[in-house]
Design a binder for this molecule. Structure first.
Ligand code: SF4
Ligand code: SF4
Length: 326
């Protein structure tokens, strides 16, 4: 297909695209199935280009493109996709990147390559302070590394940093330390709760070792009540109590997840959300449009039932997304 990097003439902006550039990263988090997935995959540049340049519903650009992984800033093969991504800026309003910031030097090299001076949101995983974080990442020194990355990244005018924390069995007793640390650093932090599909559907065996006990769920509810101000708080507490989540999700409404193996899904929490397995190379544009077009069919078949117990917060409806859909 032919893709132009000239600005589209109309500006209908719609949806969020999460593109996982690679399944490899520098950590082996206790709740993540990606480190064990082999062989690691890297998103083909043609697939990335097709997805970015074809937002949903005839829109001319995405509200946001988020690149994730694995760790897109750390892995050189993922970083080689940055020039193509940056050349497609007219097709998205905002760019964000998710990273663990470990190791710091490699992550900063990646940030150098991605930061072209335009606004860039950087979501950094921080699951505890000191050894708690190291244990969750399963990497000694991870807290020191991510701290070094944060210090450097925050010096950049174009970069906005926010922390994300996945509450799990290993860090649930250290959440106040984390909140104190984030407060002292002046960094916003949002919370999710580990679930059976973190990360990318395939980590159910890990979940058994890191899921919250009933007592820990109660402690997490207490913590969120006292310390967190995110819009999803009420729903996270409901789900922890066994009730349904209500806050809509940007992915459910107009989002798409493109994984590094070329599969397309509404999100990564369930097989029910998968819109297409690996896209065929011979008609990428048609296959991409066809995958996005299956959303209605999946939702009619009840895929959104998954949302009732979803404890992922990253793409919860924000105040700036306007009125909550009925
Ligand atoms: S959660 Fe992220 S940083 Fe941790 S192992 Fe998985 S991909 Fe890597
Ligand atoms: S399962 Fe969670 S992440 Fe997926 S669409 Fe529903 S609320 Fe969003």
């Amino acid at each position: 297909m032919t893709v132009t990097s000239e600005a589209p003439t109309t500006r209908r902006t719609r949806g969020i695209l999460i593109a996982s550039l690679t399944s490899a990263c520098g950590c082996a988090c206790v709740f993540c199935g990606l480190p064990d997935s082999r062989p690691h995959t890297v998103l083909p540049v043609e697939t990335l280009t097709t997805a970015v340049s074809r937002p949903p519903d005839g829109a001319t650009r995405w509200e946001e493109v988020n690149i994730t992984g694995g760790d897109p800033l750390v892995m050189p093969a993922a970083r080689r996709l940055f020039p193509a991504l940056l050349s497609l800026r007219p097709y998205y309003e905002r760019l964000s990147v998710s990273t663990a910031g470990v190791p710091a030097r490699a992550t900063l090299a990646g940030l150098d390559e991605l930061d072209d001076g335009s606004p860039l949101d950087v979501y950094v995983s921080l699951d505890g302070v000191g050894e708690v974080h190291d244990r969750v990442r399963r990497r000694p020194g991870a807290f020191a590394e991510v701290s070094a990355f944060l210090a450097e990244a925050r010096r950049r005018d174009s970069v906005s940093v926010a922390l994300t924390c996945v509450i799990n069995r290993l860090n649930v007793d250290g959440l106040d330390d984390l909140a104190d640390h984030a407060e002292a650093e002046g960094l916003p932090v949002s919370y999710a709760v580990v679930n059976s599909s973190d990360h990318y559907i395939n980590s159910l065996p890990l979940y058994r070792d890191v899921s919250l006990t009933p007592e820990q769920s109660a402690a997490a509810v207490d913590f969120l009540t006292r310390r967190s101000r995110q819009r999803l708080d009420t729903d996270l507490r409901s789900v922890l109590r066994g009730e349904a989540r209500r806050l809509p999700c940007r992915l459910l409404h107009r989002g798409a997840l493109l994984t590094s193996d070329g599969a397309v899904a509404i999100c990564g929490t369930s097989q029910r959300m998968v819109l297409a397995d690996a896209l065929p190379g011979d008609d990428l544009a048609g296959a991409w449009d066809g995958a996005l077009g299956r959303r209605r069919e999946l939702l009619s078949a009840g895929a959104a039932q998954t949302c009732r117990t979803c404890t992922t917060n990253c793409f919860a409806w924000r105040s700036s997304d306007g009125p909550i859909p009925g």
